[in-house]
Ligand binder design. Structure first.
Ligand code: LLP
Length: 449
């Protein structure tokens, strides 16, 4: 039986998080339920910010909203003094609605639409991270039209491959993200940006991938990026003052995972940038990092209710839960592995090897294959750990499941930050066009139903 540091067991043999009994919580809010330790998120924000500042004073942390973004999360980030990376009009809109300071936003995306660029300029986002030359030209035209100027970073493909699932590698040469170094695309974009009166080119950005558990690719990318800044200086005479190295630090999902320590990671990155800048005699740029997963991942867990257990003699025991790949797409998409415990009977019983199955109509909707738990029964509450990043944000409506609620826990208290979706919500945007109307619709309308 494995329990992460984020949970404890109380005297009723129930699992607790942040002093809250998770069985009680499941009764109050229902399941599936996304649950966060708010103080741990805060701790992670502060430690990222403070540890990086210790090794590299002129630095910023911009939380990557794609990992998990709600309006409450925006407020928390604002209170903790972080910047925010958004990657769509939707994320930008949420941040705006939450009153997040627009000048602290980095706006990403490999294919921003015209309306997203327009919105970003109108709202005055701090930095637009431009992916390609066509986007640069489009942004310049939009800025001209609005009579505003756009402060940008250029996204670079540094040609560094990281050891992670190939679906979440982004820094290698063959990638849809960013401008190539060796093919001259970056330099061409730099020259165009410097010529453009409505564009202020502030620096470069890269992001090599996610859930990375080793130091080397980060180190290499940092050095490649400083060398790229230096080359720009040599060729144009302009020393760009900002460098953003993206996110990607891995976290612990299972007992076998050995993530790289945050403080070692930050010291290593700071050293890589500083050493290369000294070697090339380049003025130290402002350094920004964009962690997502390593701020919220381990601070979250998901609660489910066990349904009817199915034993296939000699084969396996399937334990179905009331969620699955719709609230945790990572299992089906990356064959991601998780640890779990029964929240209402945590310890003290003999263990049985079982397989946790989701409820979507897909054989691949298996949440955990072969996990040892006290023989699960219908009605038990299952807690799946490390589900704080890329779960709520990757929710899918397959089978028309409802998006679970989200609660933040702090010092024995629970606060709802996103309500559970309702069936009415599912139907709200749907329309039945005239040619599909039935006589009964007309009758119902006439009778005011
Ligand atoms: N900055 C940029 C430009 C990014 O594209 C990403 C993640 C991050 C920062 C944050 O990376 P993190 O610190 O969270 O690793 N859905 C996948 C992960 C996709 C990551 C996409 N970009 C998963 O569930 O593993």
């Amino acid at each position: 039986m494995y329990l992460p540091e984020t949970v404890k067991v109380n005297n009723q043999n129930h699992l607790t998080m942040a002093g809250v009994d998770l069985v009680q919580l499941a009764r109050t809010y229902g399941t599936p339920l996304y649950v966060y330790d708010e103080d741990l998120i805060r701790h992670n924000c502060r430690s990222y910010r403070d540890l990086l500042a210790k090794s590299y004073p002129d630095s910023r942390i911009a939380y990557a909203g794609k990992a998990f973004l709600t309006m409450a999360m925006c407020r928390l980030l604002q209170q903790e003094g972080l910047s925010l990376d958004v990657v769509s009009g939707g994320e930008l809109y949420l941040a705006y609605k939450a009153g997040f300071p627009m000048e602290k936003i980095y706006f990403h995306g490999n294919n921003k639409s015209a309306s997203e660029l327009k919105m970003a300029l109108e709202l005055g986002v701090g930095r637009i991270v431009v992916d390609n030359r066509a986007e640069l030209a489009q942004l310049a035209r939009e800025a001209e039209k609005q009579g505003r100027s756009a402060a940008i970073l250029l996204r670079v493909r540094p040609g560094v491959s990281a050891q992670t699932h190939h679906y979440i590698q982004t820094g290698q040469e063959d990638s849809k993200f960013g401008l190539g170094l060796s093919d001259g695309q970056l330099m061409a974009a730099v020259k165009e940006a410097l010529k453009s009166p409505r564009i202020t080119l502030c620096g470069l950005h890269c992001h090599i991938g996610s859930q990375i558990l080793e130091a080397r690719p980060f180190f290499l990318a940092a050095q490649v990026m400083v060398a790229a800044l230096q080359e720009i200086h040599n060729k144009t005479g302009v020393a760009l003052p900002e460098l953003n190295l993206g996110g990607g630090l891995g976290i612990r999902y299972t007992r076998e995972d050995r993530p790289y320590s945050r403080s070692d990671f930050l010291q290593m990155l700071a050293r890589a940038v500083r050493e290369k800048a000294e070697e090339l005699n380049y003025p130290l740029p402002q350094l920004t990092l964009e962690p997502g997963r390593s701020i919220v991942g381990e601070a979250g867990l998901t609660l489910y209710t066990v349904g009817h257990v199915k034993e296939l003699p000699g084969l396996r025991t399937y334990v179905p839960v009331d969620g699955g790949m719709t609230d945790n797409l990572r299992t089906a998409l990356y064959e991601a592995r998780y640890e779990a415990a029964l929240a209402n009977r945590v310890v003290g019983e003999p263990l049985q090897k079982v397989t946790i199955a989701g409820k979507a109509c897909e054989s691949s909707d298996i949440m955990i294959r072969d996990i040892e738990l006290p023989a699960p029964q219908s009605g038990d509450i299952l807690a799946v750990f490390s589900t704080g990043a890329y779960h709520h944000s990757m929710f899918s409506h397959y089978n028309r499941h409802l998006r679970p609620a989200v609660v933040f826990l702090s010092r024995g208290q629970a606060a709802l930050v996103a309500e559970r979706e309702t069936y009415e919500e599912l139907a709200r945007l749907e329309r039945i066009p005239a040619h599909l109307q039935l006589e009964q619709d007309a009758r119902e309308e006439a009778s005011g139903q």
